[in-house]
Design a binder for this molecule. Structure first.
Ligand SMILES: Nc1ncnc2c1ncn2[C@@H]1O[C@H](COP(=O)(O)OP(=O)(O)OP(=O)(O)O)[C@@H](O)[C@H]1O
Ligand SMILES: [Mg+2]
Length: 307
């Protein structure tokens, strides 16, 4: 089943087009990353998913429920962790979570509330007023709030902004568990190594448009390929492998030594290169396969505007 169906969504603020016709289909059980620079439209898109703002054109459905015409059903399937910290300062953490449960018509939800607080390391803050919490603690409560009704679809808008290393790890462990148990997760973050570690598929937004959409592994492979770095103890690179030497190497003036950086597109490209080296009598002293990472690809895509 499709967890989130976004169809040709457009949203303008006066003359500024925040979303310029976004279509995305996120399947149930996916861990999906929504990436893009500041102002790309990520939060605007999440607000339309949450039914907080209406698109000018297009529609969004959660598990088949339109977020405008069938708001309550759609909202019930969804847990959103907003980017901005919003909360009522006069309630304690536990009261905040009970109120949120009540909003979804859940009574006797304390067992799950306790479990969520435990997972997010909030148990010893249960009876503390929201205003007395630190910024990172408040963000934990926002995450807990999004999860009180065990929503099948969880959307996190920069959940780790301003959050310490320990909570990041706790949070990812918990969110991964929920994803393994079948929850769909959509994540925006500027920490690209987090996205790379967690997300199976990624959309990149730029100025309100989707400029890349693919699985994480395909994106990383397709755009930059990898580098096979070989250090030769003796012998030299055979002529017929010279076309693989990467440009960076020439640029940095390293090409004269016995260390070469060769472009490979697939892991299966490595074997014939090694066989050819052996055949030519070259002896490898050291070897390393260096993968392009999401940050390289992100910068490349944002630079060029498209794949
Ligand atoms: N309520 C609003 N009124 C006017 N302009 C808005 C409003 N909300 C967002 N915008 C504009 O829409 C564009 C997209 O903003 P949005 O918050 O969706 O970006 P974002 O991708 O979430 O960025 P960030 O990474 O900084 O959170 C920006 O140019 C922003 O200034
Ligand atoms: Mg945002």
């Amino acid at each position: 089943m499709t967890a989130i169906q976004i169809t040709k969504v457009e949203k303008s603020y006066k003359s500024l087009k925040a979303l310029g016709g976004v279509s995305l289909s996120i399947e149930e059980g996916e861990f999906f990353g929504l990436l893009g620079p500041n102002g790309a439209g990520k939060t605007t898109l999440i607000s339309t998913i949450a039914g907080l703002i209406r698109p000018d054109v297009g529609s969004v459905a959660i598990h088949g429920h339109d977020v405008v015409t069938d708001f309550r059903a759609a909202r019930g399937k969804l847990g959103v962790v907003p980017q901005e910290l919003v909360f009522d300062p006069f309630f304690t953490v536990r009261e905040t979570l009970r109120l949120q449960s009540g909003y979804f018509g859940l009574k006797n939800n304390d067992k799950w509330i306790d479990e969520v607080m435990g997972e997010l390391d909030l148990t010893n803050k249960a009876d503390v007023n929201m205003r007395a919490l630190s910024g990172g603690m408040k963000r934990r409560v926002l995450v807990a709030q999004a999860l009180v009704h065990k929503p099948p679809v969880i959307v996190l808008d920069e959940p780790t902004a301003g959050v310490d290393v320990e909570l990041r790890q706790t949070l990812w462990k918990f969110i991964s568990r929920l994803n393994r148990e079948g929850h769909t997760v959509v994540l925006t973050t500027h920490y690209l190594e987090e996205a790379q570690a967690m997300c199976q598929r990624v959309a990149m937004l730029k100025a309100g448009q989707v400029v890349a959409l693919d699985t994480m592994s395909a994106l990383i492979r397709r755009i930059s390929g990898s580098q096979l770095i070989v250090h030769l103890a003796s012998g030299d690179l055979p002529e017929d492998l010279r076309h693989l030497v990467s440009h960076d190497e020439h640029d940095s003036g390293n090409s004269g030594g016995n260390k070469y950086s060769l472009r490979v597109n697939e892991y299966t490209d490595v074997e014939p290169i090694l066989a050819r080296l052996r055949e030519s009598g070259a002896v490898i002293d050291e070897m390393q396969l260096q993968q392009a990472d999401l940050e390289d690809i992100f910068l490349q895509i944002m630079d060029k505007g498209a794949l």
